[in-house]
Design a protein around this ligand. Structure first.
Ligand SMILES: [Zn+2]
Length: 548
């Protein structure tokens, strides 16, 4: 009797525990977002969030800031701060030292030439007769968040990457993505590669057939708001901008229909805010047609807005063109957030927004304000160093100078009975004599060199099998670039400090002033989903306040 009573109690306990556990599990399931959307704004500096604040609509950046959680001191923790390393670090949670994307292009010792990060001759373009689809993520050495999501449930999550730039679509989506789509200049269409699929989905074909690229390029680019309201920018006609393709002066309106035939055809859209409009349209079409967030498992969409980068390079950080591009991007983001409200509800999505790097102010502009800076002529230094080593050693062992790194021919150095360390040291000591050079480190000394923030960033960006043998860092505000427009790549805040916003799900509104590395994003998403971190992850989860 007692025994029976006991077993009944045990049964009751097991049943209650089961109900309790099941409820907990269900509760967790409900809280788990149905869709993760990662947004990267190419070249968006942290300060733009507030510089243009008075121009934001209620539904875009302002909504992310007032409803979401903002990390005000998100920093890139390596150099060079370029597009491919930036996008890869966000989604892998590690730096180029580990994920291997050390730049957009680099010198490849095995083939003896320059390679592009996502080039892949073993695949074919899907969706166009052009060769712009010979791309894949095969050189990305580690997993992305999308890979982890798919590994967590036997591939049942959908993961898709979208960007005008191939590398900005491919590298975030990762190795096991369902698809990555980018822009084909030759046709104005969204394309992919045979790495992902044999043919474009019907909805992509239909989107391309609608001819939106042509529609966006059929009228001149004028400012969205009256031009006199662009008080955060300098004069429309200023000496720091590069002329917009064949235009006589870089001023509004930019006559796109007339510029198009002689200036890149459909590709012209990339250097206008309409490239971002097209990206937003396509991203919304992808969510709807792929039914992202409507399945049993969490899906993921990675979107990168590339036009901000093209416009930034072209016109610089102080141009009305750049301000207008951000004002229009704000409306794109508002459109996306409003679509999510009705499609799935804010509580079922987690969105993060950040940038792959920032940008320097144009050094001439700074000089006119008495601020130090300058231009660094890479061709000139390369020629002079080639001549220097040839004279010193009687042979020239330099294979390539790229990304501010000298690659040396180690075999040639050995054959000529020279010492590699000594040659590296001699080049570094010569390079430091050039104007604008902050330091030049022989690779063999990287691990023992003065351990300040710059060396740490160089080390995080240094991949022994892919990086060069002498690594140069420039002084602040020195750029290896044309004298108009601007670029990025440095360890300093203007290139390293970016926005980082989280929004949706049960994320509370708030902000943190703590310095956070960009590599902390991926483990944060992993923790939110209860899945493993990507294999190379060196970051740690961010502390975001959550509603209970
Ligand atoms: Zn970029």
């Amino acid at each position: 009797m007692l025994q029976k009573h006991k077993s009944q109690l045990t049964l009751l306990f097991i049943t209650l525990s089961c109900i309790f556990l099941c409820q907990c599990r269900n509760e967790q399931k409900i809280k788990q977002p149905k869709l993760i959307i990662g947004i990267v704004v190419d070249q968006m500096r942290y300060d733009y969030l507030y510089r243009y604040y008075s121009k934001w609509s209620d539904g875009g950046f302002k909504r992310l800031l007032t409803e979401g959680y903002s990390f005000e001191d998100a920093q890139y923790n390596y150099v060079p701060t370029f597009t491919a390393p930036g996008h890869t670090s966000i989604y892998t949670g590690t730096t180029p030292a580990v994920h291997g994307m050390i730049a957009n292009d680099w010198y490849d010792r095995s083939s003896g030439g320059m390679i592009y990060c996502t080039d892949d001759a073993t695949v074919k373009t899907v969706g166009s007769p052009s060769e712009k689809g010979l791309m894949s993520p095969r050189r990305e050495l580690t997993e992305t968040i999308g890979d982890m999501l798919k590994l967590s449930n036997n591939g049942q999550s959908k993961v898709i990457g979208i960007a005008l730039k191939d590398r900005a679509a491919i590298l975030p989506a990762g190795h096991s993505a369902n698809g990555a789509y980018w822009f084909d200049d030759a046709t104005g269409w969204w394309i992919t590669s045979s790495y992902y699929m044999k043919q474009l989905p019907e909805w992509v074909k239909k989107f391309n057939d609608e001819g939106r690229t042509n529609q966006y390029l059929s009228k001149p680019w004028t400012t969205l708001l009256p031009i006199e309201e662009y008080t955060e920018s300098i004069a429309d006609n200023n000496p720091y901008e590069r002329p917009f393709f064949s235009e006589k002066s870089p001023v509004f309106p930019h006559d796109l229909p007339n510029l198009k035939p002689q200036n890149g055809g459909y590709g012209l859209i990339k250097a206008t805010p309409f490239g971002d409009d097209l990206t937003a349209d396509f991203a919304i079409a992808a969510i709807k047609n792929e039914k992202l967030g409507k399945g049993k498992y969490t899906d993921m969409l990675t979107i990168s807005f590339s036009s901000t980068d093209y416009v930034g390079h072209q016109f610089g950080t102080t141009a009305i063109e750049l301000e207008d591009t951000y004002i229009r991007l704000d409306r794109d983001i508002a459109q996306l957030l409003s679509f999510i409200d009705t499609y799935i509800g804010k509580e079922n999505v987690v969105i993060f927004l950040t940038a792959d790097h920032g940008a320097a102010d144009n050094p001439h502009y700074l000089a006119d304000k008495g601020i130090p800076g300058g231009f660094f002529d890479e061709n000139e230094i390369a020629a002079k160093i080639h001549a220097f080593v040839k004279e010193k050693y009687g042979v020239d062992p330099i294979l390539q100078f790229t990304n501010l790194q000298f690659y040396l021919n180690k075999q040639k150095i050995a054959d000529n009975k020279l010492n590699l360390d000594t040659v590296e040291e001699a080049i570094a000591n010569k390079v430091i004599e050039f104007k604008g050079v902050e330091r030049a480190i022989p690779a063999y000394r990287l691990y023992t060199y003065r351990n300040d923030f710059i060396t740490k960033k160089i080390l995080n960006g240094y991949n022994p099998s892919r990086s060069g043998d002498v690594i140069i860092n420039l002084l602040p505000e020195y750029i290896p670039y044309d004298t108009t427009g601007t670029t990025h790549g440095a360890p300093y805040v203007y290139d390293a400090h970016v926005p980082l916003l989280f929004y949706g799900g049960n994320i509370e509104h708030g902000k943190s002033a703590e310095e956070e590395a960009i590599t902390n994003i991926a483990p944060t998403i992993s923790e939110l989903l209860g899945i493993q971190y990507p294999d190379g992850c060196t970051g740690e989860p961010l502390h975001i306040t959550m509603k209970h």
